[in-house]
Design a protein around this ligand. Structure first.
Ligand code: ADP
Length: 780
């Protein structure tokens, strides 16, 4: 309801109630006073008549009485007169009907129904009652008067109500019009900025209010213009600062790269120990200066909104692992444990800016290692996958020095370092976290910190990335670099899967190393005891004895070397906590399958680095010859060939390219070619087909005999070898069964076998068809 309607209705209601009360009280006052007057007049007239007629009544003088009666009849309002002595009417006058009816004496006007006020006065003389006089007075004059008074009072009241309503309508309209104008002016002020004027010239309170509003708006406008000017000046200054920083960083970066290049050339020349140390220090300082300069450049780009993120498909898991691997030597040097857990649902291929994702992780892990003197740094990555988006949530937790609560609020501000003292123990630009925050925000995410001073800190971040089907461009192969001193090392691989054996064997051949392979844990223990190995890559799930048990036996051997002997888990288990489990079981490190040659070499370099005397590195040339797997001790062949026969039939059946694309991940094959060679792939595929046939037969047997342990083992091995050769769908189906077995959901696991068999049939058919198309190396 509008303000105007409320005003009108409110005032009119009050007015109507008051006027009704006034009319009612005026009318009752009028009727009461008229009643009193009439009764008084009737009584005095009747008394007067008794006195005038008393003698004539006593002497029964009828003629005088008739005269007196006629005379009294002329008085105003008298309707009848009757003189009665001892029940005999001596004289009467007036309406006959009134004289003949049964008369009741009236005492007030309210009980009168015939319009006549009847009164009776006794004729008394010397104490003797001789009779009485009846008289009737008309009341119509009073009723008429009251009626017309009521009409005129109600008329006046109605006119007043109408006048008040009109006035309140006019007043309400005036008030609301001014309020509406003020509201519109305030709106205009908030929407278009200050300066709007009402220009009201009226002299009432509204005029004053409008003038006050105009003054406020004018003053605001002036302050606003001043502020805009000041902001513009500040922005200009900031832009010049940004331009200066950008151009200075750029100018410093170019010669700095030159200096570092020359230092690396200098490193190649014959130098004394002292000179080598100086060159190394100069290189480290130069490298640090370059990171600071790069941070400043990034930051100025972010400030001026010119930092653009790339949107290319990339391998997220590889990106995370490469950052972790790059910090492994530093962690080892400082006796810190660097854990990394990547949850199974973190998609391998996503679209986004891989360098920037690496940069966030790099900054956080770098800080964690920098500010932790003992204990561990734990990196955890998980994903919430939506239709074609995934939210990556990561955390980097350390057991380091922690951060005081008062420093947390400005930690992500630029150029912020908690330790501001001149004697700061750690170098840094104070830009890393500010850059991380901006990068997370650019990727629709965020970053937070939780810390207990003296106990450690946890940085959590989230970023949004698009899901991508597969890599469009093949990644450039990583250089396979092995320290020259490590060319004669002896490596043992314990792996039961023949296809995987062949892959690893050829990968190492590709890097110039000939390795030994055994196919279960028991043989691995025997082999380690009898031969002088430098490092063992150990599969976890193996028949006879698994990798964990084998490691524990090796560790318990009565030899000092075996206490620190590098045993690296090679496993397709990639569940959270697995790495911790392997490490606590005595393993030195962990690699998840499918492994890449670069990862194997990195681990060798990492664990055997103390054998390296000088820092020269050598590119190992890829040998072109292909060697098939030689087992230290052959365990006999898996013989069942139902799938193998099947696959041979499939190879002559036409398979279209979309089937191949659906069931064979080309990216994995490309990586495999990079790590081994194109010639080896068909042989690997043949081995894989043969072995998968055996696995599938065993899975069928497990189904018939309801043997869940056998099913778990075979599904695990099938999942691992099928992923190594790009049969991703088959690997997922096998892994699902394996997980159900681990969770003791046996019946559900058995229920998935028919589906696995269908996928296996199509996957193996597709990989055979892919083999027929042939493989080429990048250089071809
Ligand atoms: P810087 O280049 O100086 O490391 P950052 O922005 O990355 O710059 O970090 C800012 C400051 O935050 C550091 O100087 C340090 O005081 C504090 N800080 C960052 N990470 C940690 C951590 N993990 N533990 C303790 N302090 C940290």
């Amino acid at each position: 309801m509008t303000f105007r309607a409320k005003t009108i209705i409110g005032i009119a209601l009050i007015e109507i109630v008051l006027l009704m009360f006034l009319v009612f009280s005026a009318m009752s006052f009028l009727s009461e006073s008229n009643e009193k007057q009439l009764i008084q007049r009737a009584n005095s007239t009747a008394t007067m008549f008794v006195n005038a007629t008393k003698d004539a009544v006593l002497s029964t003088d009828i003629a005088t009485l008739d005269d007196l009666v006629r005379e009294f009849m002329t008085l105003e309002g008298v309707q009848y007169v009757k003189i009665v002595r001892h029940d005999q009417v001596l004289a009467c006058a007036g309406d006959m009907d009134l004289l003949e009816r049964n008369m009741t004496i009236d005492t007030n006007l309210r009980n009168i129904s015939d319009g006549i006020f009847d009164t009776r006065v006794p004729i008394v003389s010397a104490g003797i009652n001789y009779g009485y006089i009846d008289m009737g007075f008309g009341t119509s004059a009073i009723s008429n008067m009251l009626e017309s008074a009521q009409k005129s009072i109600i008329g006046i009241a109605s006119i007043e109500v109408i006048l008040v309503a009109v006035f309140s309508f006019v007043l309400g309209t005036y008030l609301t019009r001014n309020l509406v104008r003020l509201t519109a002016a305030t709106k205009a002020l908030s929407e278009r900025g200050p300066g709007f004027q009402l220009n009201d010239t009226s002299n009432d309170e509204f005029g004053n209010l409008a003038r006050a509003f105009d003054t406020m708006s004018r003053k605001l406008n002036k302050s606003y213009t001043d502020l805009k000017l000041a902001r513009q000046e500040a922005e200009n200054a900031c832009e010049s600062k940004g331009r200066f920083l950008a151009s200075m960083s750029h100018e410093i970066r170019t010669p700095m790269n030159g200096v570092l290049g020359i230092l690396s050339l200098l490193e190649e020349t014959p130098l004394s120990k002292e000179q080598k140390h100086l060159v190394k220090t100069a290189t480290t300082s130069g490298g640090f200066l370059l990171t600071v300069i790069n941070d400043i450049l990034d930051f100025t780009r972010m400030e001026s909104n010119t930092l653009m993120l790339e949107n290319q498909p990339f391998n997220l898991r590889e990106c995370i692992e490469s950052v972790i691997d790059s910090f492994a030597p530093e962690a080892k040097r400082n006796d810190l444990i660097l854990h990394c857990y990547i949850e199974g649902n973190v998609p391998p291929i996503v679209r986004g800016d891989s360098n920037r994702v690496c940069q966030i992780l790099h900054n956080l892990i770098g800080n964690a290692l920098k500010f932790t003197h003992e204990g561990s740094v734990t990196v955890k990555i998980k994903a919430l996958v939506d239709e074609n988006q995934c939210l990556i949530q990561g955390s980097v937790a350390d057991t380091g020095i922690g951060i005081k609560e008062q420093s947390l609020e400005y930690l992500f501000d630029e150029f912020t370092m908690v330790d501001q003292s001149y004697s700061r123990t750690q170098e840094g630009s104070g830009l890393g976290l500010a850059i991380c925050k901006r990068l997370c925000e650019l990727m629709d995410g965020d970053i937070h910190v939780f810390s207990h001073y003296g106990e450690g800190s946890t940085f959590t971040f989230s970023i949004n990335l698009e899901l991508a089907g597969e890599l469009l461009t093949h990644a450039t192969p990583k250089a396979t670099i092995l320290e020259p001193e490590l060319q004669d090392i002896r490596i043992l691989v314990a792996e039961d899967n023949k296809a995987n054996q062949l892959v690893i064997k050829n990968m190492f051949l590709n890097a110039g190393l000939d390795i030994d392979i055994v196919d279960n844990g028991l043989k691995a223990v025997e082999q380690v005891k009898s031969d002088n190995y430098d490092l063992v890559f150990m599969d976890i799930s193996m028949p006879e004895m698994d990798g964990i048990e084998a490691t524990q036996i090796i560790r318990s051997l009565d030899s000092e070397k075996m206490k620190t002997f590098p045993i690296i888990a090679l496993t397709a288990h990639a569940l959270t906590g697995d790495k911790e489990h392997f490490i606590s079981a005595g393993m030195s490190d962990y690699l998840s399958k499918p492994v890449r040659l670069s990862q194997l070499i990195e681990k060798i370099n990492l664990f055997l680095s103390d054998r390296v005397k000088n820092t020269d590195t050598l590119m190992i040339e890829k040998p072109t010859t292909l060697e098939s797997t030689t087992l230290v001790e052959d365990s006999g062949k898996d013989t069942d060939s139902s799938v193998m026969a099947d696959s041979q039939t499939h190879s002559i059946e036409p398979v279209n390219n979309s089937e191949i694309a659906e069931f064979v991940d080309e990216t994995i094959l490309v990586q495999m070619i990079e790590d081994t060679s194109a010639e080896v792939i068909p042989i690997l595929i043949d081995h894989y087909i043969e072995e998968s046939g055996a696995r599938l037969s065993k899975i069928e047997m497990a189904l018939k005999e309801r043997d869940a342990d056998l099913l778990e083992f075979e599904a695990h091995t099938l999942g691992s070898s099928s992923l190594a050769l790009g049969n991703r769908a088959l690997s997922i189906a096998a892994r699902d069964i394996e997980k159900l077995c681990i969770n003791n959901q046996k019946e559900e696991a058995f229920g998935l076998i028919p589906n696995l068999q269908i996928i296996a049939k199509r996957s193996l058919k597709a990989i055979v068809a892919r083999k027929e198309l042939g493989f080429i190396t990048d250089s071809q």
